[in-house]
Write a protein that binds this ligand. Structure first.
Ligand SMILES: Nc1ncnc2c1ncn2[C@@H]1O[C@H](COP(=O)(O)OP(=O)(O)OP(=O)(O)O)[C@@H](O)[C@H]1O
Ligand SMILES: [Mg+2]
Length: 438
């Protein structure tokens, strides 16, 4: 089967057709890299190996006097020394625009849902984009609704904020993302599924998201079996698509599952390019890539990209380097705990450990006071939990704890929310107020 043609705009097609064709040859392939002699190209450009027979795209990662080092965007098997190589003369082009809504794309931006070809319905842009300058960015001041009560009130998110969802494996990160995708009031949702299991992707699209969830959504998928460079690109492709919507003045919700697997893809790419492993096997390029990717989200001069990134904390170790780096870049974190998941408390959000750095900017003071009160009650209860469990707590010794114990069932009911349920924010605030004022 031949892979779909490289997406090109008419102009670039014409330019390529007008320029003289020079063919190079593959001179070696090892690990994830291959060397090409005989053609000139810039770092970041794409070349095509075996253009006439079994085309395989590769990206130029290093250039020498007359030799290119490239990384394939596909599998290298079957590529032999002497195979012809054509320079495409440009970097990867990404489709952007309205026609992408409802579509599922692969890591390089090619449709994989069997729908009509994108061709002229979309615009094509370079993957590389200008990150908005810090001073041209508007401030995060308006709330963005997720439809999840615990988040909208106690960990409120602002348009243009970037939040991490931190959790161990199987604690409900992907399910929470799906719930948010359906419940949010963002104009456009862009989902990047990076390095996930293939089986899960279908489940996510068909069961969790459903047709109504898909309508205002663009999905970019690179499963775990894809080459590392494709997985890495997928994260940037999803972000680039979100940026184009933002630049039209839209409020975009960008959901990335997961940033950890994106970092792992960068690790494979870095190590195979000869970088030394530095922190726990991660080469330095991983820690350079993360801010580059995450800084692209946020507000622009117009519009906003609210970024939600899942972070896998291995062995529930929240100080693992990727989690640590993500936490330092992002403007808030939602922590999911296994303790809650195992007792069937979903979404398993550990409210007291979760923080939104923009909460006070997006929530009016009276509601903020209610939220603070709930946190205070939950905190009081947490502090004496062990005493209560061993029967050492005397009722009446602390009025705050007594009140928290009385209200605990109501707070539980407020925090737990079935997958298929979405609560409008005013309703969530009214519910919270009833608990606090009872
Ligand atoms: N809101 C929910 N209601 C009921 N069950 C849930 C909910 N969220 C998660 N679960 C349960 O937890 C399981 C794992 O959820 P999910 O796949 O979302 O976790 P994850 O953190 O994304 O896992 P992984 O690390 O493997 O990607 C689900 O199969 C489901 O049984
Ligand atoms: Mg998951």
């Amino acid at each position: 089967m031949t892979p779909p043609a490289l997406p090109l705009s008419l102009l670039t097609r014409a330019r390529a057709a007008a320029s003289p064709q020079v063919t190079g040859v593959v001179t070696g392939a090892m690990g994830l890299t291959l060397t090409v002699d005989g053609i000139a190209a810039a770092v970041g450009d794409l070349v095509e190996i075996n253009p006439a027979t079994r085309p395989l795209l590769a990206e130029v990662v290093a250039v020498g006097r007359d030799r290119l080092t490239c990384m394939p965007l596909g599998t290298l098997s079957g590529v032999h020394a002497g195979a012809p190589v054509r320079a495409t003369g440009m970097p990867l082009q990404v489709p952007v625009g309205e026609a992408l809504l409802g579509r599922v794309l692969d890591g390089l931006g090619r449709p994989v849902d069997g729908g009509p070809p994108l061709a002229s319905r979309v615009s094509w842009v370079d993957l590389a984009s200008e990150t908005p300058h810090a001073l041209s960015r508007t401030r995060v001041e308006e709330p963005l609704t997720f439809g999840v009560r615990a988040l909208d009130t106690l960990v409120p998110c602002g348009k243009g904020q970037r939040l991490g969802i931190f959790a161990g494996s199987g604690v409900g990160k992907s399910s929470l993302l799906a719930q948010i995708t359906r419940g949010t009031d963002a104009d456009v949702r862009v989902i990047g599924l990076i390095g996930e299991r293939g089986r899960e992707v279908r489940e996510f699209l068909e069961e969790n998201l459903g047709p109504e969830g898909m309508a205002r959504t663009v999905v970019v998928v690179a499963t775990s079996d894809e080459p590392p460079l494709v997985r890495l690109k997928a994260a940037f492709v999803a972000t680039r698509i979100a940026e184009a919507f933002r630049d039209q003045g839209r409020d975009v919700l960008l959901l990335m599952d997961s940033i950890t697997r994106t970092a792992m893809a960068q690790r494979e790419v870095g190590l195979s390019a000869g970088e030394p492993p530095a922190t726990r096997g991660y080469p330095p390029s991983v820690f350079a890539m993360m801010p580059q990717l995450l800084e692209k989200a946020g507000t622009g001069a117009v519009g906003s990209i609210t970024g939600l990134y899942t972070v896998l904390v291995e062995g529930d170790d929240h100080n693992e380097p990727i989690a640590d780096t993500a936490r330092s870049i992002l403007d808030g974190h939602i922590v999911l705990t296994r303790k809650l998941a195992t007792v069937g408390h979903f979404p398993a959000i550990d409210v007291l450990e979760s923080i939104s750095r923009v909460a006070t900017a997006v929530v009016p003071p009276p509601q903020m006071a209610d939220a603070r009160e709930i946190r205070r009650l939950m905190g009081a209860l947490r502090d004496v939990k062990e005493l209560i469990e061993i029967g050492a707590y005397q009722a009446g010794s602390d009025p705050l704890v007594d009140r928290a114990r009385d209200l605990a069932p109501q707070i539980e009911a407020f925090l737990q929310q079935p997958m298929g349920e979405s609560t409008p924010t005013p309703e969530a605030w009214a519910w919270l107020q009833r608990i606090v004022r009872s």
